[in-house]
Write a protein that binds this ligand. Structure first.
Ligand SMILES: [Zn+2]
Length: 500
């Protein structure tokens, strides 16, 4: 044979691959229940401690995923790394205290500061007693620029009372809504976990002295502020509904300080890149979130939220899709377009990893063809206990009717799942179109599909375990995503938003 002939044969083989005529079935069959189970048993094991963003468990999962990508020969696309690092921020209470009558009170012991203010040093304040804080309580009081103390039952609406005080230009509001120090301590504990484990955000919170907030105080603190007893304050406020007018209590004095600390949480998305052939500039992004909600802080028994379904199932699906496409490429049948396999962090904190990626994309968003997002695909919900194999398909037709048709036809040809479009309605009360990582891509006008199995009884519970995953069903759903991805990657025409 001549060199020329070799060249011709090479071209022929290349065209087979490039023309999308290679049979995807052989590669789909590399996605097996056994392989999915093997990986999920690691990703969702107790050792991963619920994979909360920023924790050791999340980092261990990241290492496992990047190792998988490396072994399959995927490229590290982030300046030679599989990791796209990013920082998240959380505001937590800093130095907070209150002094009155010679005593100094600590946050979460006798006081709770609920706000985000960095007071400029220690703030001295004259405090007016406003009884139950009702409109007529203020009729004879001037509270402008002063502190206001209000007594409420614990179930009382303190937000309303605070708003009323603020509307009279009170400088700070103090609420007494417990009867004993023990009762207060219990109340304070609920706030402590809530305030110290506050929401993570991508934006660094700015310290302010405008969002003043408020204090809850223990009964003993109120007594110190006014140099009186709770009994006398109760009498002054008036008992019962048909109260007499608020009796005047001599103004009290206190000083307080509040600071807010900003904690930085370091985390990472994990990306594996498979370069395409003749259309390699165009990229398909296949996502799942590998983070979850970590461990329960208290309780008995199993405290680890394993997140086998949420979203261990999507994560191992991405890994198997990477395996299948990487093998196709090794056989000279790789996709024409490039594929980015990306498992993201921070989803459970508000889709933060995908938000970061779409803010700082590794491949231009203009060249990003489609995002296929897989979040919870290993189980059945209540509505489908007896149903033939199904999957909820969300968002496929929102931006591109072609994408919807491709997904439908590939499923008809290959996997025959029942596509349930219940949650595709943007106005469905569950609002699922907005609730996973695809949403950040959709906002950038990139067509998306979100594959989902429904809300089940173990959602965000330690009982979301590997044992409850239906691996045959998971395999069918994974193949369904695979075939759609294969077609999008190999078809001649790029998928585009309708009208573009
Ligand atoms: Zn979740």
């Amino acid at each position: 044979m001549t060199k020329r002939y070799y060249l011709f044969l090479g071209l022929l083989l290349y065209n087979l691959g490039a023309g999308g005529q290679a049979d995807p079935k052989a590669y789909a069959n590399l996605i097996t229940p056994a392989a999915l189970k093997e990986n999920l048993s690691i990703i969702a094991s107790d050792a991963m401690e619920g994979r909360e963003t920023g924790t050791r468990g999340q980092k261990m999962a990241a290492a496992f995923i990047s190792d998988h990508f490396e072994k399959r020969g995927l490229k590290p696309p982030v300046n030679g790394s599989y990791y796209q690092h990013f920082d998240l921020y959380r505001s937590v209470p800093g130095e907070v205290y209150l002094t009155a009558g010679g005593s100094r009170y600590k946050n979460f012991e006798d006081i709770v500061y609920y706000g985000k203010d960095n007071s400029a040093g220690e703030v001295p304040l004259s405090v007016v007693f406003a009884g139950r804080g009702r409109a007529d309580d203020y009729s004879q009081l001037d509270v402008a620029g002063k502190g206001v103390l209000i007594m409420l039952p614990q179930e009382g609406n303190y937000r309303e009372a605070i708003a009323a005080a603020r509307s009279k230009n009170a400088a700070m509001v103090f609420v007494l809504n417990t009867k004993t120090r023990e009762e207060f301590k219990e109340y304070a504990q609920q706030f402590e976990s809530f305030l110290t484990e506050g929401r993570l955000s991508l934006k660094k919170p700015q310290s302010t002295n405008s969002s003043a907030g408020m204090f809850f105080i223990a009964p003993g603190v109120a007594e110190k502020i006014f140099s009186t007893t709770i009994e006398k304050l109760n009498v002054a406020a008036g008992e019962g509904d048909r109260k007499p007018a608020l009796k005047k209590v001599a103004a009290g004095k206190l000083a307080y300080k509040t600071t807010v600390d900003v904690k930085t949480v370091k985390t990472e998305n994990v990306l594996g890149y498979l370069e395409g052939t003749d259309k390699k500039d165009e990229v398909i992004v296949i996502t799942a979130h590998y983070d979850h909600i970590g461990k329960k802080s208290k309780g008995q028994g199993d405290l680890i939220n394993n997140g086998a379904d949420d979203d261990g199932s999507g994560t191992v699906t991405v890994l198997q899709l990477a395996t299948a496409f990487a093998q196709a490429k090794k056989d000279g049948k790789g996709p024409r377009r490039s594929i980015l396999f990306m498992t993201v962090a921070g989803e459970e904190n508000g889709l933060l990893g995908s938000e970061y990626y779409t803010q700082y994309p590794v491949f231009p968003l203009a060249k990003t063809v489609v995002n296929l997002n897989i979040d919870m695909v290993g189980r059945r919900d209540e509505q489908h206990k007896e149903s033939p194999p199904y999957v909820y398909v969300i968002g496929a037709d929102k931006l591109s009717s072609t994408l919807h048709e491709v997904n439908e036809s590939m499923n008809r040809k290959n996997t025959n799942l029942v596509f349930d479009y219940t949650y595709n309605d943007e106005d469905h009360p569950a609002r699922l179109y907005y609730r996973s990582d695809h949403w950040n891509f959709a906002q950038k006008d990139i067509p998306i599909i979100f594959y989902f199995d429904g809300i089940h009884e173990d959602y965000h519970m330690p009982s979301d375990e590997v044992e409850k995953i239906e691996f045959d069903l998971l395999t069918m759903r994974a193949k369904c995503v695979f075939f759609t991805a294969w077609e999008i990657a190999n078809r001649e025409e790029r998928i585009k938003p309708d009208g573009k």
